[in-house]
Design a protein around this ligand. Sequence first.
Ligand code: PLP
Length: 364
Amino acid sequence: MKSLEPKANPHIEAMQAYTPGEQPQGGGWVKLNTNENPYSPSPKAVEAVREALANEGSLLRLYPSPDSTPLREAAAQLHGYAPAAIVAGNGSDDILNLLIRSYAGPGRPIGMLDPSYSLYPVLAAAQGAAVVKVPVKADYTFDVDAVAKCGAAIFFLTNPNAPLGIAFSVEQVIMLAKAFPGLLVVDEAYAAFAGHNCADLPKQFSNVVVTRTLSKGHALAGLRAGYAICPLGVADILHRVRDSYNLDRLAQVAAAAALQDATWLRVTTAKIISTRQRMVEALRGLGWKVNDSSANFVLAEPVAVGGAASVAAAESAFIFLRSQKILVRRFPYHSLTEKALRISVGTDAEIDVLLGAAAVWTKG
Ligand SMILES: Cc1ncc(COP(=O)(O)O)c(C=O)c1O
């Protein structure tokens, strides 16, 4: 009997899945490739999970809050909004997906800076939406006018930018919010590590949404929690399309407790920023070309003694570090990143291992 393989929608047949960073199985790796937080999360978040699991997990029988009330209330209090302005997501990737499902589609392109987060085009492809890319310039600025006129229905501004690590100023984002006729999404996945953020803008601009994740600053990547700070009209739209129970009970209570633990965030973030500074200076000391970073990773171009930054040098350093069980990430598809490695800021001990190996590679 002939078996017929069913065909998916043509735009889904044509699309490629997102390629996540490698998650190696087994121990022994210094894992600096997916910008996870090297420290354990707030003990208050862990305690909240324990409480939710009390009585032999009997609460797990029950559906969680459909709209993630505990998380939304904590985020609202933190940022000075009404809970109605917050929409919770199963990681901020879920929020990005909700935004694209709601505001993009055939004839309604998404826009993004190039380079920035490579998930946006995948989510757009799943909705049959075209992608307009506006280049980041060699001096790490972008042309506000070019974004304003790019024709996208929704534009994603990753700030701090990933994978470049640099941050655009609030003034520049405000200029863009005024000039861009569609919905401007400021993806602040790395805001905890930057000196400024745009969390207040949805109060002033009905076309600005700010997205946040608990995966980076709050060390909860394994639970999947994020949220959007929205003008009320946008929040109402996103609630229409999200899954009815898009965050599980454990993620909701852990995220709420983490957001309430400002002391943990301040102390941990200060440690990461201090390690980042040491890492930047040490790599520059080896002769590597390193961006100033406003995130929990550093984009660095390896330069061997007597050599120059090049695609081949980046590949060689990547392979050498991997042979030492140090995982970093390459972005070979863009001229601003092809000669570089993106290296997450780990613990001081992990960064010592990285710096030792980087020195060996540099000296050949
Ligand atoms: C720019 C950017 N936005 C969003 C995310 C997604 O974070 P989450 O773990 O909340 O889905 C990431 C994760 O790496 C990211 O780099």
